[in-house]
Design a protein around this ligand. Structure first.
Ligand code: COA
Length: 358
């Protein structure tokens, strides 16, 4: 697949948009059907076909993948990809109920297992297999809060030290408050065009070189292992094979750090660290903004926030800024190739996309 982002450097006309995709879980008080029609109305696109994509927290990554297929089919100068979630208008109890719909209902949700609980189990198992990684988890949180402090669109602008992360109240052992993403409202949007038309809209298009995806069993108990998300592994394998890239080509990563343990798993599942090696890599400073492989320069889900349907789209927005050298104080020096990794539920769905500029 091949598509390019068109910015509005030279302006764009709504009439050039011939198709749109809307990523949303449809959370809490906003659990509405036919949200596609609402997008068409609000975006001034009535008449244009709009498809809603719901793959839990990976909705945005899968919407991008569907949009690329539409672009590749060649019918449209512009395809719109949007993601949106409104999460803060419901009580805590109702929120837990709604978030649980993205996992297994019979064995997990009905038994009272929250997402923090599932990732707490994953982290405990990871510690059992590879040793205590608390310090590395604290480094993930501290790094991502540091990056978020430089992102005007982030949920949190507060920096936290590793010591504060380790001393915070526990939510689901071994994970504490700062190991969790927050509950956020948010939206993001992208315009895609075929590469040959992108220069109508901008002199600096960002290219989508590949979009891979994968799935796994919904219930974690059905999976052979807890410390490896096979959907992420499959999605990355497909993306790298399709683009013909090596891991060493990538300048930085936007990964799905819904809980700090998820960033460690991502480094391993995506092929940037061997099993059990992500803590050492993280503690070496390699994933910091000035490190060998910066991870989540926008603050990640941890500090930028995690408005479910918007997350995968907002990761790509960050990549768009970074690859064009427009990320301001959090700019990754020399960034020219990037990867976005978006996970649904506790690893049941995953999308991985690769991007380049120039
Ligand atoms: N990281 C850092 N600080 C956080 C935070 C987080 N994830 N969540 C809340 N806070 C802060 C708030 O800003 C607030 O700070 P203040 O007192 O200085 O204003 C304080 O902690 C209390 O906030 P509150 O909203 O009362 O926290 P809570 O106890 O209701 O919720 C969590 C905390 C971690 C349980 C909640 O953020 C959560 O459920 N996160 C996970 C969401 C999720 O599962 N998403 C899907 C992932 S697959």
């Amino acid at each position: 697949m091949d598509g390019a982002f068109a910015s509005v450097d030279r302006g764009a006309d709504r009439r050039d948009v011939s198709e749109a995709f809307l990523a949303t879980l449809g959370f809490g008080g906003h659990q509405i059907g036919n949200a596609a029609a609402a997008l068409a109305e609000e975006a001034g696109l009535v008449g244009v076909p709009v498809t809603r994509v719901e793959n839990a927290c990976a909705s945005g990554g899968f919407a991008l993948r569907s949009a690329l297929a539409a672009v590749s089919a060649g019918a449209s100068p512009l395809v719109l990809v949007t993601g949106v979630e409104k999460m803060t208008d419901v009580t805590n109890a109702r929120r837990r109920y709604w978030l649980g719909v993205s996992g297994d209902t019979e064995w997990e949700r009905s038994a009272g297992l929250t997402f923090a609980g599932v990732y707490g189990l994953v982290a405990s198992r990871y510690f059992a297999e590879h040793g205590d990684a608390s310090e590395a988890l604290a480094e993930v949180a501290s790094k991502n809060h540091e990056n978020g402090a430089l992102n005007p669109n982030a949920h949190f602008h507060r920096r936290v030290t590793r010591a504060e992360v380790l001393a915070a109240p526990r939510v689901a052992r071994p994970l504490g408050l700062f190991d969790c993403c927050p509950v956020s409202d948010g939206a993001a949007a992208l315009l895609l065009s075929p590469p040959e038309l992108a220069h109508r809209f901008t002199d600096t298009p960002v290219y989508v070189d590949a979009a891979g995806a994968g799935t796994d069993f919904l219930a974690v108990q059905e999976r052979p292992e807890l410390t490896r998300f096979r959907a992420s592994h499959r999605a990355a394998h497909e993306a790298f094979r399709s683009a013909g890239w090596n891991r060493s080509d990538v300048s930085f990563l936007e990964v799905h750090d819904c809980f700090t343990i998820a960033e460690l798993l991502a480094l391993e599942d995506l092929g940037f660290a061997a099993p059990g090696e992500a803590p050492r890599m993280t503690l070496s400073g390699a994933t910091r903004r000035d490190g060998r492989l910066p991870v989540n320069p926008d603050g990640g889900l941890k500090a930028k926030g995690h408005p479910i349907g918007a997350t995968g789209v907002s990761q790509v927005y960050e990549i768009f800024l970074q690859l064009r050298g427009q990320a301001g104080l959090r700019q990754v020096a020399g960034a020219d190739h990037a990867l976005a990794h978006n996970v649904g539920g506790a690893g049941a769905t995953a999308a991985v996309s690769l991007f380049s500029v120039g």
